[in-house]
Ligand binder design. Sequence first.
Ligand code: PLP
Length: 397
Amino acid sequence: MSTTAMKVLTDRINRIEVSATMAITAEALKMEAAGTSLANFGAGEPHFATPKHIKDAAIDAIEKNFSKYTNVAGMPAVRKAVVERHSADFGSNYTVEECVFTTGGKLALFNAVQVLVDHGDEVILPVPYWVSFKDIIQYAGGKVVLVESDEREDFRITAAMIEAAITPRTKAIILNTPSNPSGAVVSPADLEAIVRLAHARGIYVLLDECYVYLNFTGAAVSGGTFTDCKEHVVILGSLSKTYAMTGWRAGFALGPKQVISAMSKLQSQSTSNTTSIVQKAAIAALTGPQECVAEMRADYLKLRNQILAGFETIPGLTCTVPQGAFYVYPNVSAFIGKGGIKSTSELASRLLTEAHVVVVPGEAFGTSEHVRLSYAVSADVVDEGVKRMREYFKTLG
Ligand SMILES: Cc1ncc(COP(=O)(O)O)c(C=O)c1O
C-alpha cells in the first residue's frame, strides 16, 4: 500500500509569521496570570476606556435588536459617517461608494493588498515598519522593497528616498504616518510629494492612517487631502486608537471605486459585514463629540514627555522624539553585547523575565538596535517601568 506524502499547509501560510507583538503579549499574559506584576509597554493599545457615548450607542443597538446582517461593505449610514468625518477633518471628497467599513484597520490593509498586489509585484515599505505590513505583502505574493531611514534624521521619509526605490515592477507604496513603531511623522510637504510622484507613475499609495489623529505636530494631514491624486490613493483607517476601541474591531478604507468594490467582494466571501452593533457604535464615534480625541491626544503627549524624561536618566539609552502615535523607539545598542545579550530579541526576553518589563524587540520592525515601548499606560507604570529598566541595565555593567 502506498501513501502519497501530502503537504498539509499552503506555501502562502508558510510565507508569514505570527505577529511578534502578539507573541510577546501572550507571554506577558501568561506571566501576569501567574501573579507577576509587569510594567507592560508591549501591546499597542490605548489604556483609556471607550468613551461613554460610544458604548451607549452599542447598548442601545443591542436593546433594539439591531442584530441582523447589514450590507457587506457596511451600512450606508456608517460609510457616510466615515466620509463626512474624513472630509471635515482633512478636506477629502470621498463618496459612500468609495468607502468600505471593515472589521478593524488591519483587515482594510489586508484586503487592499490582496486586491492590488499580485505575485511578483513590488511594494515599497519604509523601515522601521509595523510588523504586519511585511507579512501581509508576502501573503499576497508581493515582494517587499525596503527603504531604510536614518535615525539621526528622526527616521524621516522623503519623496527622494521613495523615488529611488521605484522600479517598473512597483505596484504600491505603504506609508504609515505617524509611524508605529518610531512615532515619526511624514511632513505634509513630503507626503504631498510622495502622493504626487506615485500618482504620476500610476503607483498606489496605501496610507495607513491608524494614528492620524495622534499627531503632536499640530499639522495633521491625510493622503486624501490631495483630491486630484485620489485615483492612486487608498486610505486605511481605524477607530481602534482614535476612540480607544481596539477590541471592537472597527476600521475602513477610502479609495477608488474599483478598488473599494473589489475589497467589498473579497469581504463578501470572508468576514461579510462588520458586527452590526459595532457599526452603530462607530456612527456615534464619528458623528458625536470629538473632544475625547483631543483629550486623549493631550494625555499621550504628557506620557511621551514623561517617558522621554525618564530615558534621560538611563545612561546609554538614546531616543528620537516621536511626533505622533504612542510609541517610543529607543536605541539600545549600548546594551547589546553586555551580560551575554546578543540581540534586541534577547534583550526584550531578558527584560521580561528578569526585570518584568515588557518591550517589543526592534527586529520585528526591521531594525536591530531598538526596542519599542507603547506608553499608552498610566503615568505610574511609566515611572515604574523606567525605574526597572534603569536598575536592570545597571546590573549589566
Ligand atoms: C500601523 C497600524 N496599522 C493598523 C493597525 C490595526 O489596527 P486595527 O486593526 O485595530 O484597526 C495597527 C494596530 O496596532 C497599527 O499599529
